[in-house]
Ligand binder design. Structure first.
Ligand code: ZN
Length: 269
């Protein structure tokens, strides 16, 4: 289990590196070749392993010990995203690509960026999550994905869960205890979970039970979620109070509820 909050005596420091970084840093060295100073530029995606994927730990009288670098885990995660149809390296769903076309969409974008800026300070708190809900076609998925990609760039492991696909897959394998537990724990324990299109389609009792197990675990352990759903907070509460109230509590500082008006659907402008 992950440690719970350190509210009260929080010592988080917010770094100002905003949206620029891709984790890349370059070093310049001056080489002296043939009397001329030549600048040689090195650039690694990972400063820890210099893109080898391994960290070598020297040992006395033995071969160095090789352990896998954190960045390989990040790579695995990104390939999982790709399987879900999102290329995190070349996604067009970025903050800068998000078209603001009215007040609601501007507010949605502002809240998403504020959440991103606050994230380091709030991630261990009880209120550490964000909900985009309401109007279909208002860019909820776009902003959720943009947010997730920015967090991934900061080496925070965000797992993408396409609600309908994942719930269908879990239900199909419900009798396989081992698979069920493994699937569930992936969504329960990751750093941040993005649930896309929560409660899309017909929902029944087992959908609710599965979602409760995921949400409740994350709620109890103060693990953030990013949720998009076409349903308003009231509707989420109506579907299941246990799930709805937990989501509300986790997200209440960052709720973007877009009302169902024609002007709020980007595709119908
Ligand atoms: Zn590395």
């Amino acid at each position: 289990m992950k440690k719970s909050s350190s509210e009260g005596n929080s010592t988080h420091i917010y770094s100002m590196d905003k949206f620029a970084g891709k984790g890349e840093r370059s070093e310049s060295l001056i080489h002296n070749s043939g009397g001329r100073n030549k600048r040689v530029k090195f650039s690694y995606k990972c400063d820890v392993c210099h893109d080898t994927g391994w960290i070598l730990i020297p040992q006395e009288h033995m071969q160095p010990l090789a352990i896998a670098c954190e960045c390989t885990k990040a790579k695995k995660l990104k390939s999982e995203w790709k399987t879900s149809g999102i290329n995190t390296e070349m996604s067009t769903q970025t903050f800068s690509n998000f078209q603001v076309w009215n007040r609601s969409s501007k507010l949605a974008k502002d809240v998403a960026i504020t959440f991103y800026n606050d994230f380091n300070n709030i991630r261990d708190n009880k209120q550490n999550s964000i909900l985009f809900c309401g109007q279909v076609g208002s860019g909820k998925t776009h902003l959720s994905v943009a947010l997730a990609i920015n967090l991934l760039d900061k080496k925070i492991k965000v797992v993408y869960m396409s609600y309908r696909d994942v719930i269908t897959k879990i239900k199909r394998n419900m009798l396989d205890d081992e698979y069920y537990t493994k699937m569930l724990s992936k969504y329960q324990t990751c750093d941040v979970l993005l649930i896309d299109d929560l409660f899309k389609g017909k929902i029944n009792e087992s959908d609710i039970n599965i979602m409760f197990e995921i949400i409740n675990y994350r709620y109890l352990n103060h693990l953030p979620v990013i949720i998009s759903s076409e349903f308003t907070v009231d509707r989420l509460l109506y579907f299941d109070e246990g799930i709805g109230s937990r989501i509300y509590e986790m997200c209440k500082d960052y709720i973007v509820q877009i009302e169902k008006e024609q002007g709020n659907n980007y595709r119908l402008r």
